[in-house]
Design a protein around this ligand. Structure first.
Ligand code: RAM
Length: 354
């Protein structure tokens, strides 16, 4: 974390603790959250509100993945004539985002876009925002569904989880012990994917694979590096690791690339091509997956702008006009899906630059 960020974080923390009292309004925005704060009916032809101010609140400010996502979101808001900004904590712990939400409410942002570190810890503050007419979009990692109007999901959660098991199974030849190196224990997205991974592993074709441990690197590079090392050293017959976090997979690959496990223990998961390129080229990693993070932010930026302008309310069946991404339908529980993930390997990784 840069010194500027540290100073800013400290400043915000101090300023906002003072403002915390205003966040305890107990109003219930209603199940599904779809119309909270925007009680008027959605008008798809409503003009974009001039001078939109939209804030992007990532899991943590130093995560390179989240920075790409938020730059995509800020670009979308700019396209619409508004101003986007990124603010957020230096760690991805459950309640680290609450004071930031409270500040954004005080600043009267036109919408808050958040990747929730915990589905429930952020819910009261987000509900407070919605009750004051500030729409909430979650992206990447959802909050409790009644604490936001729209969730922009990077891909179908079930498909992300199941495809991770398919990838590791192919790489270890369908048998052996595997472990998962996740982000934080509370992360909604990782936990949802892990549930689907566990379910996928109950299928007969995976009966030779045993999931022996789920470890948590907290989306912290050093901790992830140490957790990867501990997994490999404590489970001598480990065949593979799935790390469904860009921070975890890159730290694990860095450790493995100079260890005796390189090429012997397989590592897959979700990573950015730019962080993983050298580890694919040096034979540490064969294949991994991801979506385009900038497009995720871009879609979330359009969703927030459309909510703030009254074009959508977050109800199932509404259509979102999302600039260069075309149109997306809002699905069940206010979910909008970006698209299927891409699998990267030595054959295609050089075509991608993010
Ligand atoms: C990390 C974060 C993020 C996740 C990606 C794949 O950067 O945990 O939430 O979506 O990995």
């Amino acid at each position: 974390m840069s010194r500027t960020n540290r100073v800013l974080t400290a400043f915000l923390a101090v300023t906002l603790v003072a403002g915390c009292g205003s966040t305890t309004k107990g109003s219930d925005p209603g199940a599904g959250g779809a119309s909270t704060g925007t009680s008027r009916a959605a008008d798809p032809n409503a003009p974009i509100k001039p001078g939109l101010k939209i804030a992007f609140l990532p899991k943590e400010i130093d995560n390179p993945y989240e920075v790409i996502v938020d730059n995509g979101g800020i670009a979308a808001v700019k396209e619409l004539g508004g101003e986007g900004k990124e603010v957020g904590p230096s760690d991805a712990s459950a309640s680290s985002q609450v004071s930031y939400i409270n500040t954004l409410i005080q600043q009267r942002q036109d919408a808050i876009v958040i990747a929730a570190n915990d589905p429930n810890a952020v819910a009261p503050a987000l509900k407070d925002a919605m009750s004051k007419g500030i729409p909430v979009v979650t992206y990447d990692s959802d909050a409790a569904p009644d604490a936001r109007q729209v969730f922009v999901n990077q891909a179908d959660s079930e498909e992300i989880g199941r495809s991770q098991v398919r990838l590791i199974s192919q790489q270890i030849g369908g048998t052996g012990k595997i472990a998962i190196l996740s982000a934080t224990p509370n992360a909604t997205n990782q936990n949802t994917w892990i549930q689907f991974m566990k379910d996928e592993l109950t299928k007969p074709e995976y009966k030779g694979i045993e999931l022996v441990k789920v470890a948590y690197g907290d989306d912290d590079d050093q901790k992830s590096f140490q957790e990867a090392q501990a997994l490999l050293q404590s489970i001598p017959d480990l065949k593979g690791i799935i790390s469904p976090t860009t921070v975890g997979i890159s730290a694990a690959a860095r450790y493995m690339s100079t260890s005796p496990y390189k090429g012997k223990v397989k590592l897959t998961g979700l990573g950015t091509p730019n962080q993983m390129r050298q580890f694919v080229k040096d034979g540490t990693v064969t294949e991994f997956a991801l979506w385009d993070p900038a497009e995720l932010g871009y879609l979330a930026g359009y969703a927030a702008s459309a909510l703030a302008s009254g074009q959508i309310s977050g109800k199932e069946g509404e259509t979102l006009k999302a600039g260069k991404l075309g149109e997306r339908k809002i699905g069940k529980n206010g979910e909008i899906i970006l698209g299927p993930p891409t699998v990267f390997n030595a054959g295609n990784i050089d075509k991608y630059n993010f």
